[in-house]
Write a protein that binds this ligand. Structure first.
Ligand SMILES: [Zn+2]
Length: 192
């Protein structure tokens, strides 16, 4: 029996990055969070959120919310709540009312799920003061829950294939009845 030295494939870095690949740091941040490395995840999400905000990227508010969730998991509750308010505040600045309502509901739900009732009430009370009365009475606010989403929710992937972020069917931005956009990287998620 003779052996041949295994031939190493020549690996060349691709000349250009595929256009819609998620930011490697975003992929890393989700991984850190999923592995329970909350402190590192929090710092990275916050860094990404600041950068996204500076570059006017629409995902910036959600990145702040995820940073806040990570700070809370890292037992830094006050810091977490402060960052969550910052994230929700960015939706208010941009007058993205439907996104604000969906995200705020998801945040409050998540806080309650983790037994953080006091913090949930703090967010609700704060939000109540931030949203103008005429918005609260408008259809955009009243009907902001994703009805279309709930119909096809079971068919969406649980994590974004591009960035690895968790997919919450009630929080995603639905483009049509079978396509949604990842709230962290904007990649299209197909329900099939
Ligand atoms: Zn994504």
């Amino acid at each position: 029996m003779w052996r041949r030295r295994p031939i190493q494939p020549i690996r060349r870095p691709p000349l250009r990055r595929p256009a819609r690949r998620a930011h490697p740091k975003l992929v890393e941040a989700h991984k850190l969070f999923q592995n329970g490395d909350y402190l590192e995840a929090a710092k990275l999400f916050e860094e990404l959120a600041d950068k996204a905000e500076k570059n006017k990227i629409p995902q910036a508010p959600r990145l702040y919310l995820q940073a806040g969730a990570a700070w809370i998991k890292a037992e830094e509750k006050d810091k977490g709540i402060e960052i969550i308010k910052k994230g929700l505040g960015k939706f208010i600045e941009r007058k993205k009312w439907a996104e604000l309502k969906r995200s705020a509901s998801a945040v409050v739900h998540r806080l309650r799920e983790n037994g953080l009732n006091e913090q949930a009430v703090e967010i609700e009370t704060w939000l109540e003061k931030q949203v103008p009365q005429e918005v609260k009475e408008a259809p955009v606010w009243v009907k902001a829950t994703s009805v279309r989403g709930s119909r096809v929710s079971a068919q969406l992937p649980t994590n974004c294939p591009k960035c690895g972020g968790p997919v919450n069917p009630k929080e995603v931005d639905w483009i049509d009845t079978s396509t949604a956009a990842c709230v962290y990287c904007g990649s299209l998620l197909r329900a099939d």
